[in-house]
Design a protein around this ligand. Structure first.
Ligand SMILES: CC(C)(COP(=O)(O)OP(=O)(O)OC[C@H]1O[C@@H](n2cnc3c(N)ncnc32)[C@H](O)[C@@H]1OP(=O)(O)O)[C@@H](O)C(=O)NCCC(=O)NCCS
Length: 161
């Protein structure tokens, strides 16, 4: 296979404990977290905080924590939360801002939605996004989502159904 084809291999896998060291850095990046919205962090997150968080969320049956990888390198997260038999809420961030705008978000979003459909039979996906987060809104529109309604605190609800 030529180099140009292997250069940008994007895949998703389950988030694991060994990712947490890097996740701490992502979580403490205010540029990323301001856009994500909800539960803004007041203090610096430590590795210990992250381990506690991971143990808690990993036990949840209605939640899936995925890692986005670029050529084996862990670069961001996708979560499906509030999973029922037919629907789930979607969340995404790419932790390294230098990697934004290179197609990683859209490719990993499509991969994860296909994964959910194939493995869980879940097809209805919804998400909440800050009204001013134009890159995210464009990403979601590119992946077939539409604004359904305005929510509290300047958020939109977007769905793929
Ligand atoms: C939102 C986010 C995941 C997008 O990932 P990404 O890899 O940068 O997105 P892509 O490169 O796949 O771009 C998808 C589409 O979004 C749009 N887009 C991306 N960056 C954009 C920007 N800076 N301005 C306007 N549109 C933009 C484009 O329409 C693009 O499609 P195109 O390249 O075919 O034109 C990433 O910016 C991020 O992690 N942001 C911080 C966290 C966040 O906001 N999460 C979402 C919370 S709801």
């Amino acid at each position: 296979m030529s180099n140009s084809l292997t250069q940008k291999l994007i895949f998703i896998r389950k988030l694991k404990q060994s990712d947490l060291k890097k996740l701490v850095k992502f979580r403490n990046n205010k540029i990323v977290w301001k856009l994500v919205g909800g539960g803004g962090f007041q203090k610096k997150i430590t590795l210990n905080d992250e381990i506690k968080w991971f143990r808690k969320v990993n036990k949840k049956k209605d939640r899936l924590n995925l890692a986005i990888c670029l050529n084996e390198k862990y670069v961001g997260n996708i979560y499906f939360t509030d999973m029922t038999k037919s629907s789930a809420q979607f969340h995404i961030f790419i932790g390294e801002t230098s990697l934004w705008g290179k197609g990683i978000g859209s490719k990993s979003m499509i991969l994860s939605i296909n994964f959910l459909r194939t493995n869980y039979d879940i097809t209805k996906i919804y998400l909440k996004v800050k009204k001013e987060n134009i890159p995210a809104i464009k990403l979601y529109e590119k992946c077939g989502f539409k604004i359904k309604k305005k929510l509290y605190k300047n958020f939109y609800l977007m769905t793929n159904y």
